[in-house]
Write a new protein. Structure first.
Length: 336
């Protein structure tokens, strides 16, 4: 299938809807409900034939029918297709949404990590780009910004990573009170921590602690795009933390030809108390290690989970070796 006007092409399976197929291949088409109600995924058939379309509630106007308009979420391909459809190429093109979700699962990873999975209603899934974050609102708490750890290929299930912080009401609630089927309001998405879909440069991902969440989303998006350039994931944690999804990272190494995973430990705490100066010095040391591992680092795109002020020294190390500012993407999410 080919999408105009972008010219993006991919193999659409006859067993899945065109929307599901596009999202699985990393194409950010506009949609909302995914069940034929809202009409946001309307597209025009330019050539080819569709198989029988699934029933839907959305009603097309006569002029839309005359232009071969159909719903991507309800139709499957019969032949090779050329369609005209709207894609989101930047965060500015993705609308803010507010969706009441339910807690689908809370997974304990050791004593200090919880992985939350939220499920949206079928009538209103979340459209977002890999790397973006949302605001989560639990009953009785202030809203909290959290990066989405899952792939945009399935906006119905949203994953988040939470580390336990004593005294922090959000993490205290997640670890001690949050239960399956509880309602959680999700608002967003926000942020422009975004993957460079068209770039052919080699890739370095730098994840710090639970900042693995947005990095994981970017990596899964890159896999959906069938990116084949050499890719390196450096995951930094301190002596009191863990690479809590290390086995999942190693599964990428096993499954992908050019994927490399390098877990690293960084020491920056004194008696469990964070020392910012030591942290920044440790991150700078990690940057120097990465530079030493890649003699042609100026030919890489580098993705770092922010905030930018914390990684300023790391950025300077990379730029001193010829990496341009456009090649360095740092997560700018406001944490609270």
């Amino acid at each position: 299938m080919t999408i105009q006007p972008s010219g993006r092409s991919f193999l659409a399976e006859p067993s899945e809807t065109l929307l599901d197929s596009a999202l699985r291949h990393g194409v950010s088409l506009n949609y909302n409900c995914n069940n034929g109600s809202c009409g946001n995924c309307s597209a025009r058939l330019l050539s080819g034939e569709l198989s029988d379309c699934l029933p839907h509630d959305h009603v097309f106007k006569e002029h839309e029918k005359a232009q071969n308009t159909f719903l991507l979420c309800r139709c499957k391909p019969l032949t090779d297709l050329v369609i005209e459809a709207s894609e989101a190429h930047s965060s500015a093109e993705v609308p803010e949404q507010s969706i009441e979700t339910l807690v689908h699962k809370v997974e304990s990873i050791g004593d200090d990590i919880r992985i939350i999975q939220l499920r949206t209603p079928r009538t209103k899934t979340l459209q977002f780009l890999a790397g973006q974050h949302v605001s989560l609102l639990f009953k009785g708490l202030e809203p909290r910004n959290k990066s989405i750890a899952s792939c945009p290929c399935n906006g119905m299930y949203l994953q988040f990573h939470v580390r336990y912080v004593p005294g922090d009401e959000f993490s205290e609630y997640v670890f001690k009170k949050l239960k399956p089927r509880e309602k959680v309001m999700v608002t967003g998405p926000y942020g422009d921590f975004q993957f460079k879909d068209e770039s052919t440069r080699s890739i370095i991902f730098v994840a710090f602690d639970t900042g693995m969440a947005p990095i994981k989303s970017l990596i899964e998006h890159a896999i959906a795009l069938d990116k084949t350039q050499p890719t390196y994931l450096y995951w930094l944690v301190d002596e009191f933390s863990s690479h809590y999804q290390g086995n999942y990272c190693r599964s990428w190494v096993d499954a992908l030809d050019n994927f490399n995973y390098i877990p690293l430990d960084i020491q920056y705490q004194n008696n469990h108390i964070v020392d910012i100066d030591r942290l920044k010095a440790g991150l700078k040391k990690m940057a120097e290690l990465i530079v030493n591992n890649h003699s042609q680092i100026k030919d890489y795109d580098i993705y770092i989970n922010g905030p930018a002020w914390l990684f300023s020294d790391m950025r300077e190390v990379f730029e001193s070796k010829g990496v341009t500012s456009e090649q360095i993407v740092i997560d700018s999410m406001k944490r609270y």
